[in-house]
Design a binder for this molecule. Structure first.
Ligand code: FE2
Length: 179
């Protein structure tokens, strides 16, 4: 893997997909690039605002930065992206693993929508939320966007899906990026 620059830039994001987008998450069966493109396309279909579309596209960059086995991809990705994207993009990303814990705690049937790998990672992500954790999550800015991102994330694992290419999101990302 290419060394990751300390702060993201628009071109750095494209370079990361170029060098690592082919990596396949064994639990998901699609590449990082396919998963990202499906997520963005689903967000657009759902009339999400541009910041949430960008968050969906970029939500797993931490996996490409950390490599296989990384346990904090949401924090790693959000921290890196905060170098050039606003919190409307980075906060839903930072919270999307917490959003899984939140949804499973509030709605146990949500487990049926999850891939086996997502259920397996629940344990080291903290398991179900306590009452205090629930209220802390609900008071976090952008937590609703994180829940929306999470539900899209869970659906964006179709090996047969055809999605618009990465370059089709360049203008949207450029409008949001500051570097
Ligand atoms: Fe994901």
């Amino acid at each position: 893997m290419e060394p990751t620059p300390p702060q993201a830039s628009l071109e750095g994001v494209f370079a990361l997909f170029e060098s690592c987008g082919h990596l396949v998450d064994p639990g998901d069966g699609v590449t990082q690039l396919e998963h990202a493109l499906q997520s963005a396309a689903l967000a657009r279909e759902g009339c999400a605002p541009d910041a949430l579309i960008a968050a969906c596209l970029l939500h797993d960059v931490g996996h490409m930065i950390e490599g296989a086995g990384g346990e904090h991809h949401e924090a790693v990705g959000a921290a890196w992206l905060s170098g050039c994207f606003p919190e409307e993009v980075t906060e839903p990303i930072r919270l999307h693993a917490e959003a899984k814990r939140y949804l499973l705690t509030k709605t146990p049937a949500y487990a049926e929508a999850l891939a086996e790998s997502s259920l397996e990672s629940l344990e080291f992500q903290g398991g179900l939320m306590s009452t205090a954790e629930l209220s802390r999550f609900e008071s976090a800015p952008h937590h609703e966007a994180a829940v929306r991102l999470r539900k899209i994330d869970d659906r964006a694992k179709d090996p047969e899906a055809a999605s618009p290419p990465l370059d089709s999101w360049r203008m949207l990302l450029a409008r949001l990026a500051s570097a």
